[in-house]
Design a binder for this molecule. Structure first.
Ligand code: MLT
Length: 318
């Protein structure tokens, strides 16, 4: 099979693909605009950050499978893929610990103002008083929105810091999730509004979908307490970014954001986001999954999926 790997991929996994006699084109940093040309003759596309809109899929006559080397598939037009008989698969869970670790890092960095402190020191400023007003995380109420693999991993780590972890009760949760939530000591509240009203930190761990778009909207932000920390390592689409800027300016809300509503369509590029520039934001470059451990675990699964697809066995697609 001819495979285009359009984003960074571990060397060992590329070698595994070529050892299996695949014709593997490794073109990291491919932009969306370059995809149509590079996809000519390809059966499989492996993609991480590069967006795959309808216009690309409509021209990809030989393409049979798109693998998103991560959990979210919101960067791929899955409806057009389905209409054209192209399978789309994701790799959920393999990067969960890395994302949970970044969410913890953002929470702690916000509380201790670490990024500002580093910037000041690099500029030669010594201002100990400015950085002596952190609240501390121990004993604070942390609201986890979404109890999938990442949400639970984050909850487990937040609990280890001695926080009180809360989540919204949802009918129909599977027993394994409930058992893990109980083991972590998560307390349930009835609504997202109650979570927003009662927690000092809110961390978002739900995928981008119709029912989660702008979940954190102007109305919900009227309920958060002044100084609330909001951490989003999930998707920018979950947040009404204008409303968040307002809440920062009126209530001193601060946010640790790894994701933005309008990210570039490739792993490198530029971003013009008022939110990313805001002084109350500690922003990172959608790097939640960017650890060697996580990327290797994802790549191992991608190689396994390609084997499965080639052998005609059942592949679990979205
Ligand atoms: C995911 O969907 O798992 C992350 O966005 C992955 C990534 O950035 O690689």
């Amino acid at each position: 099979m001819r495979i285009l790997v359009a984003d960074a991929f571990p060397d060992a996994s590329l070698s595994e693909l070529t050892e299996r006699a695949h014709d593997c084109a490794y073109e990291p940093d491919t932009t969306t605009e370059q995809l149509p040309d590079k996809l000519a003759g390809c059966d499989v596309l492996v993609v991480r950050s590069t967006k795959v809109p309808a216009s690309v899929l409509e021209e990809a006559d030989t393409l049979r499978l798109v693998i998103r080397a991560g959990s979210g598939t919101n960067t791929i037009d899955c409806d057009t893929a389905a209409q054209r008989g192209i399978y789309v698969c994701n790799v959920p869970g393999r990067n969960a610990l890395a994302v949970a670790e970044l969410a913890c890092a953002l929470m702690l960095a916000l509380d201790r103002n670490i990024a500002d402190s580093v910037t000041d020191l690099r500029a030669g400023r010594w201002d100990k008083k400015r950085y002596s007003r952190a609240q501390g995380i121990f004993g604070r109420r942390v609201g986890v929105v979404g109890l999938g693999q990442i949400g639970l991993a984050f909850a487990e780590r937040a609990a280890a810091f001695g926080t009180q972890v809360h989540a919204v009760a949802k009918p129909g949760r599977d027993q394994e999730t409930l058992d893990r939530a109980r083991a972590i000591g998560i307390s349930f509240v009835d609504t997202l509004e109650e979570l927003a009203r009662t927690c000092d930190v809110l961390s978002l761990h739900v995928p981008a979908a119709e029912d989660t778009r702008q979940l954190i909207d102007r109305d919900l932000l009227t309920h958060v307490q002044p100084g609330t920390l909001i951490v989003n390592t999930s998707r920018g689409e979950l947040v009404d970014e204008d409303a968040l800027i307002e809440a920062m300016e009126t209530k001193g809300v601060r946010a640790g954001l790894d994701v933005f509503a309008d990210e570039p369509g490739a792993s490198t590029g530029s971003i013009d986001s008022q939110l990313a520039k805001h002084p109350n934001v500690y922003g990172t470059h959608h790097i939640g999954a960017s650890t060697e451990q996580a990327q290797q675990a994802v790549a191992d699964e991608v190689v396994r999926m390609i084997d499965t697809f080639e052998s005609g066995r059942v592949l679990h697609c979205v």
